[in-house]
Write a protein that binds this ligand. Sequence first.
Ligand SMILES: NCc1[nH]cc(CCC(=O)O)c1CC(=O)O
Length: 348
Amino acid sequence: MSAPTNPPSSESSDNLVRIGTRRSALALRQTDLVMAALRAAHANLTFEVSAMATAGDRDKTTPLPALGKGLWTSELEARLASKDVDVVVHSLKDMPTTLPEGCELACVTKREDPRDVLVISKKHVAKGWTGLGDLPKGSVVGTSSVRRAAQLRRRYPDLVFQDVRGNIETRLNKCDAEGEGGYDAIILAAAGLLRLGYGERISQYLDSNTPGGGLLHAVGQGALGLEIRAGDERMRALLKAVEDTPTMVACFAERSVMRTLEGGCSVPIGVETEWVGEGKLRLRTVVVSVDGSRAVEDEATREVSSLAEAEAMGRELALKMAKDGAQEILDEINKGRTSGAALKVGDA
Ligand SMILES: NCc1[nH]cc(CCC(=O)O)c1CC(=O)O
């Protein structure tokens, strides 16, 4: 008789859940938050994290748009398909609005603060500057998002908006650096800063309700999207425990606006959603020309009680915007694009 082999594992593959994620500090933090919530809901299951770098993480020089859609997600989706992982945790705003065949956005968790914020360089904080309005003419503000730069150029034509790449810590360091090539301030999502413990760096909120703001955030910003193999009933049921339905419905409306307007390309579009009593969703939208010279804004408020209704609301508002001038702005952007310079989905 041969020596005993390993005893049967107390965990059959049925109670092991493998979670895929990017390797950035923010992605790992977000995955930890989701995993803790899943553990609390499913004490009988074992969870394991499997982290990897994606094209967007590896290539730090190619302009993001040239990396194409799915630059933060495609490799993770491949691991989902090959059953190396069972679910992937994404920043929802980095997920293309149309997923590859065989993938499903099964769950959206409770949203962190979706607003964009200003972070002022440590070089200047002693001067008492707290908002964009305090920055002198010619100040350099870092953001690689066309959406952010285009909207802010309208309001602050005397500021210079310049690309800034890298993860959140890298960007904060670049912002604070002295000397040539530095930034006076940068724009970031509140959600990433808060999740990584940098909330105290927030100088000004930039949403439409804050004076001096008026910057509508990215589709899905501040929310986490949990992606599974299409039709995986077991994972779908399991993830229900961590779904935040109001967030999920609002984000489906936002994604529908974007999906309708992009027509295969991506567009500088800003949104804000708010539940305004008794199942009513208010959806604000803006599409801006890259130089900020033109913008089409719109808003709708409607009772919404399902994902399908949220998508219908988003689609209808997008079609109305297209008619009211957004299509012209988009055509112009698409015309000016070389294949490698397309504006990217979501944003940086
Ligand atoms: N594209 C990078 C990215 N993806 C998600 C976040 C922040 C967290 C979020 O918006 O959910 C960020 C950084 C930023 O925009 O400041």
